[in-house]
Design a protein around this ligand. Structure first.
Ligand code: ATP
Ligand code: MN
Length: 464
């Protein structure tokens, strides 16, 4: 008989019909006469209740229906007498597809997230991780829909790159060289001419530079792919391998860019509220009971738009009034997460878009303001997360861009193609990068970025 997904069974009112469901046992309870089996197949956070009259089944089979076991069940869909569910299945046939011993690591409820991470291959079967993964999928759908509906083209940038101007020191090298027998020249340097690509290559830290090539031809593009950073930051907000969404748009200035960022994030949050109700309600109950409130709050308020210089004044004022930060505050410094969160959570109590940062703490390609000191950068700062988006209007003037490159002594020899965009029909353009997992953190209320990606990659962890 054809299987029906549990999400559809629970919506069905075709009572007294025969159905087939397959899934994993969450719990079994009951008496000598009747067993109630809660079955879940991942299609929804909700379980379907299977009612089994014990005398109708082989006692050996009944014994093997334990938490974690996989079953195929045929039976009659009936209206439920019990509270909290509208239908259940009166079992006629049960086949044990896979037994599950009492050493099943996900047996006990309420295990710590650390424990779950050590069992990331099985944590997906828990309510929390099921909910997070379904929301993650929905956010990916929302992102593609948003851009498609707004006339952006999905543009795939390379994962292996030879440009090292952006992520110096933070990149994972890619090589087919025999590391046990590395030949070096007289200066102790490695000769890459006989390596696979004939030059030193790495995993990308961002698709932006190639994204700009797309935008200055197709008008508006977005990337959505994996990015890699070998930064040794052991924080709840950093992964070594994460997914990034990077829209890039021709003829956008920084204000258009901010409008896009705000509208886009709100669309994603609204999508979650409209399409992930059951999972969000579960997370609101079990993980963070201010989650739903926070999601609605973001939708209902305009983001504050503030210049870096004004942000620093607010922080300095806070220090004067006795607020203690771990790191000192002064104009010119990069904001730490504690500063970003102070502005968002305590001062404005709203998401903040901070703009016009000192050029020294931002990337070389950001457009210089007339003051000669600040650049048209924009970071979107969110409650609990800090920076969720980093972006800017790009420097479109060839001479100014070269000026920055020379000042910073950036290795551009493999980057002639990037400079060509400023030589041949240059145009104003802007874009930003959104960390996919940071968005998922916000939308799920989870506390640690390791718990919103199926198999996290962090320093000293590459299991599974
Ligand atoms: P942070 O200061 O938080 O390290 P960043 O300034 O290095 O961020 P960008 O280079 O601007 O970040 O990258 C764009 C976006 O990618 C960030 O706003 C963030 O959402 C996300 N991001 C950056 N680094 C990581 C990381 N290691 N893990 C997960 N997401 C990240
Ligand atoms: Mn970083």
């Amino acid at each position: 008989m054809k299987r029906t997904k549990i999400i559809d069974i629970l919506k069905s009112t075709d009572f007294d019909q025969k159905v087939c469901v397959k899934g994993w046992v969450r719990t079994k309870r009951g008496s000598k006469a009747v067993n109630f089996i809660a079955l879940n197949d991942g299609s929804t956070i909700k379980n379907v209740q299977v009612v089994a009259d014990v005398e109708k089944f082989d006692p050996e089979l009944i014994k093997q229906i334990t938490t974690g076991a996989c079953l195929s069940v045929e039976g009659i869909l009936v209206q439920s007498q019990g509270a909290g569910q509208s239908s259940e299945i009166q079992a006629t046939d049960i086949v044990l597809l896979g037994a599950c011993g009492s050493d099943y690591p996900m047996q006990k409820k309420g295990q710590s997230f650390e424990y779950m991470r050590q069992h990331a291959h099985l944590r997906l079967r828990t309510n929390t991780f099921g909910a997070v993964m379904r929301i993650r999928h929905n956010m990916a759908m929302a992102i593609h829909r948003y851009f498609h509906e707004h006339g952006f083209y999905y543009f795939n940038t390379p994962i292996i790159t030879a440009s090292d101007c952006e992520g110096a020191g933070e990149m994972f090298q890619v090589t087919t060289k025999n590391l046990y027998d590395l030949k070096k020249d007289e200066e102790g340097k490695i000769d890459y001419s006989d390596d696979f690509f004939g030059k030193m290559t790495s995993l990308t830290v961002s698709g932006q530079l190639e994204g700009e090539l797309g935008a200055t031809a197709l008008g508006a593009i977005y990337t959505f792919g994996p990015t890699f950073r070998a930064e040794n930051s052991n924080t709840p907000r950093h992964l070594a391998e994460f997914w990034m969404i990077e829209p890039e748009v021709a003829f956008y200035d920084i204000n258009d860019n901010m409008d896009l960022a705000e509208d886009f994030i709100k669309y994603c949050v609204r999508w979650a509220l409209d399409n992930c109700q059951d999972d969000l309600e579960f997370l609101n109950k079990m993980i963070d009971n201010t989650l739903l409130e926070r999601l609605h709050f973001v939708l209902e308020h305009d983001f504050v738009r503030l210049k870096y210089t004004e942000g620093i004044s607010i922080l300095e004022e806070a220090v004067k009034n006795g607020h203690k930060f771990e790191f000192p505050v002064s104009w010119g410094m990069d904001l730490a997460s504690e500063h970003e969160r102070y502005l968002v959570e305590q001062h404005f109590k709203k998401p903040v878009i901070l703009t016009d940062y000192p050029k020294e703490i931002k990337a070389f390609y950001m457009k210089l303001n007339d003051d000669g000191k600040t650049v048209r950068a924009m970071d979107v700062l969110f409650p609990q997360i800090g920076e969720i988006i980093g972006g800017s209007e790009r420097e479109d003037d060839y001479d100014k861009l070269m000026g920055r490159i020379n000042e910073l002594d950036i290795p551009m020899k493999d980057m002639w193609w990037y400079l060509d965009t400023r030589k041949f029909g240059s145009c104003p353009h802007s874009g930003f990068g959104l960390g996919f997992e940071r968005l998922i953190l916000f939308v799920t209320g989870m506390q640690n970025i390791r718990d919103v990606i199926p198999f996290p990659r962090t320093p000293k962890t590459a299991e599974f």
